[in-house]
Write a protein that binds this ligand. Structure first.
Ligand code: SF4
Length: 214
């Protein structure tokens, strides 16, 4: 993928104050000690974005799950496997992408030995938004794909509905285009045959992103 960064940092629909600055490595170190919201207290570690700083395509998910929390990397575990298969089917090289989440700590409820996923609140999402804005400002991807409602609404606003609006290009400021698609975790939770259809749509949307890079 050619390294032609966006001229300006991509803009989020939701307001962000106090965007941290510095290299991705410095941001990752700073985020490791983040206390901007209470989610750090019970999680294992901050799950910051991963991938080359010069990536032309950024994938943005929602928040880390139990596997990501333990490994410290986004998109591992069953949802990550589904996503990586879809990335390959779309003709993309996963090692050339920057992958991150909207919220960087795992939120869960303890039930016996199980840690059940809980959605980050609006205030927790807002507290974490500066890290995403900082990643976008550093990487300046030409193409962004939002995976799931949390990422899509952070980029495009609360009225965005993945089920209705996925696969359609939007501008994220100057020089960056973005679209939204299904989150792989949501696909895994769907009953058949909707699951197979959503998986095909995920591959189709990633293929659109791949074509936009050529
Ligand atoms: S979820 Fe985000 S804002 Fe909250 S402590 Fe973790 S890194 Fe900081």
């Amino acid at each position: 993928m050619a390294r032609i960064p966006a001229r300006e940092p991509p803009r989020l629909a939701k307001p962000v104050d106090d965007i941290p600055s510095g290299s991705l490595a410095a941001l990752r170190r700073e985020a490791a000690g983040c206390r901007r919201c209470p989610l750090w207290r019970h999680a294992t570690q901050t799950v910051f974005g991963a991938g080359p700083g010069g990536a032309a395509l950024m994938l943005i998910g929602e928040q880390p799950g139990a596997h990501e929390d333990l490994e410290g990397r986004p998109f591992v575990g069953p949802a990550g496997r589904l996503l990586r298969e879809a990335i390959a089917e779309a003709g993309l090289d996963a090692t050339g992408l920057y992958m991150t989440n909207t919220v960087k700590h795992f939120k869960y409820e303890q039930r016996g030995k199980a840690r059940l996923h809980r959605r980050a609140s609006a205030s927790e999402q807002a507290a974490c938004r500066p890290w995403l804005a900082a990643e976008l400002a550093q990487v300046r991807p030409r193409i962004v794909v939002a995976l799931g409602a949390m990422a899509a609404q952070t980029l495009f606003g609360n009225a965005f509905r993945v089920s209705q609006d996925r696969g359609a290009w939007q501008a994220l400021g100057t020089g960056t285009r973005a679209l939204a698609t299904w989150h792989p975790s949501a696909i895994l939770r769907m009953p058949s045959p909707g699951r197979e259809r959503a998986r095909r749509e995920l591959v189709a949307d990633l293929t659109l992103a791949a074509m936009a890079l050529t």
